[in-house]
Design a protein around this ligand. Structure first.
Ligand SMILES: [Zn+2]
Ligand SMILES: [Zn+2]
Ligand SMILES: [Zn+2]
Length: 278
């Protein structure tokens, strides 16, 4: 299985859109891996996690075939994870020729479906692409999506809705995608243990970076605790690839500094365009 981190920042991006803090200024100066767009990941070439407004930027930067993506699992309705307006561009004949896959199937919670329906209400009927389906799923649903089985688990984040973290498996390899979430609920650890989930790669929310973590996100102080707990119930071991991702400029550490801090704890640091085969 292959994961490509298309965007690795929290909601504001890094540099943040309107920000002149020291860490955004440094990111602009240094460029490269310090420039982080909003959260999205591509699994192999055909499964997407999240659909933010930065999707177009991600296609430009990574030059992949977005029309080849058959399934998109949305974590929650926050704008850095789901912005449906550009789905208009999946209109055969006018905006999109010779698409690889006839239909893009999107899955998400009720808030994601509501957001999509809101977009549909505000859009002229002829602009609503017939080649997109949006399907509501609930926590603990397992969806068969082509060769993948994707299971939604409740995230500790955004209490107005039920956000999801996901287990994605192709039968051979398993990815545990922990975005956006604070330290997961006990029931999530229980589910993973009871169902004997073993992850080959775990992607951890690390929004707070060097700040003390709180509420619905984690940081460098909490991800080692979660990793330890996952190890203790057999979800991961020394073969598992552990990655931190989804960083806020408020967390202060630029890419190289963050690598130094995270690698000591046993984590790789994602950057926009990073690909990992596992
Ligand atoms: Zn986010
Ligand atoms: Zn800033
Ligand atoms: Zn969020």
């Amino acid at each position: 299985m292959k994961i490509t981190y298309l965007g690795t920042a929290a909601a504001e991006g890094w540099p943040a859109l309107f920000c002149n803090c020291e860490y955004c200024k440094k990111a602009k100066e240094l460029g490269g891996k310090n420039l982080r767009s909003r959260s999205q990941a591509l699994i192999n070439e055909d499964l997407l996690i999240d659909f933010p407004a930065d999707t177009y930027h991600h296609v430009l930067m990574n030059r992949f075939d977005l029309s080849a993506v058959k399934h998109c699992f949305v974590t929650h309705s926050h704008i850095d994870h789901f912005e449906p307006t550009d789905l208009i561009m999946r209109m055969e004949s006018c905006f999109a020729h010779k698409m690889t896959e006839p239909t893009l199937h999107i899955y998400g919670n009720k808030a994601v479906l509501d957001r999509y329906n809101h977009f549909v209400r505000d859009t002229d009927e002829e602009d609503i692409p017939p080649s997109v389906t949006v399907n509501e799923i609930e926590a603990y649903d397992s969806v068969k999506a082509g060769k993948y089985t994707v299971t939604a688990l409740p995230a500790y984040h955004a209490p107005k809705e039920t956000p999801f973290v996901y287990i994605i498996t192709d039968g051979e390899k398993t990815l545990l995608y922990l975005h956006d979430t604070g330290i997961p609920f006990d029931e999530v650890f229980d589910y993973l243990e009871k169902n004997k989930i073993r992850a080959d790669l775990i992607s951890y929310d690390c929004t707070y970076v060097a700040l003390p973590s709180a509420g619905g996100h984690m940081g460098l102080d909490s991800v080692p605790l979660v990793k330890q707990r996952l190890e203790s119930i057999g979800v991961c071991d020394e073969k598992t690839v552990n990655v931190v991702n989804h960083f806020s400029h408020n967390g202060m550490l630029l890419h190289d500094e963050l690598c130094e801090a995270a690698e000591k704890l046993g984590f790789l640091v994602s950057y926009d365009g990073m690909t990992i085969e596992f």
